[in-house]
Design a protein around this ligand. Sequence first.
Ligand SMILES: Cc1cc2nc3c(=O)[nH]c(=O)nc-3n(C[C@H](O)[C@H](O)[C@H](O)COP(=O)(O)O)c2cc1C
Length: 227
Amino acid sequence: MEVAEAIKARKSVRGFLDKPVAKELIEKVLQLAVRAPSAMNTQPWEFYVLAGDVLDAVRKENVEWLRASAPPQPDHLVVGWPKDSVYRRRQVDLAKQLFSAMGIEREDKEARAAWLERGFRYFDAPAAILVLTDRCLTDAGPLMDLGAMLQTLCLAATGLGLGTCIEDQGVMYPDILRKIAGVPEDKRIMMSVAIGWPDPDFPANKIEIPRVPASEITTWFGFDTRE
Ligand SMILES: Cc1cc2nc3c(=O)[nH]c(=O)nc-3n(C[C@H](O)[C@H](O)[C@H](O)COP(=O)(O)O)c2cc1C
C-alpha cells in the first residue's frame, strides 16, 4: 500500500470480527512501529500485548470498576479542553457522529453507558497493545515520540489489513493492568491500542471524521505564489 493511501485508509476502528490475530502479525506491526523517530533516538516505548484469557480478565474488571464509578487514575497527564473551545466542540461532534451511526439517542443513558463500556472492553478486539514508558522520564517528555510511534503502528496495521483504535479508555485503570498483566511500577502505562480485523458492517466503522483543511491552519512565508 502506498504511504498516502495508507494514511487516508487509517481510521479508528471500534468494531472487530470475532477472529484472532496471529502473534507474528502483531510482531510485524510492532517491528514497523519502532521505526518511528524519537528525540535523540531515545525510543521511550515498550509494549505489553494482551489477548485471550488475560485480555478477557482485564475487560471484565475494567467494566466492573467503571460500573462502580471508580475514579479513573491514568498514569499519564490528563488532557482537558476548555468548555467553550473549538476542541470541546470537535469532541462533542465526534460523540454525535458515533452515537448517530450506532443509533444511540441522546437521552438513552443505558445505551450511552453500554457504548462507554465497549471502550473499556477494548471494543471487544481480539488483542490490545499497551504502550508503556519509563517512569524516570518526565511527564511530557516522551509524548511526542509516543505519538509518532502510535501513528506508525496504526499505519503499519492498516497496511496489513488490520484495524486499530488508539484508546485512552483502555488505560484509565492502570492498577488492573498491573495486577493482571504484571506491568511493573517503574513503567507508566500511557496508552492502549485495540487491534484486530475490522468488521466492515459495524456502523461506527463507517463514519468519516472530518478534518480542518491544512490550508486553513497554515501560514506561509517566503513562497512565490505563482505556479
Ligand atoms: C491519544 C488518543 C486517545 C484516544 N482515545 C480514544 C478513546 O479512548 N476512545 C475512542 O473511541 N477513541 C479514542 N481515540 C480515537 C480518536 O477519537 C480518533 O482518532 C479521532 O476521532 C479521529 O478519528 P479517526 O482516527 O477515525 O481519523 C483516541 C485517539 C488518540 C490519538
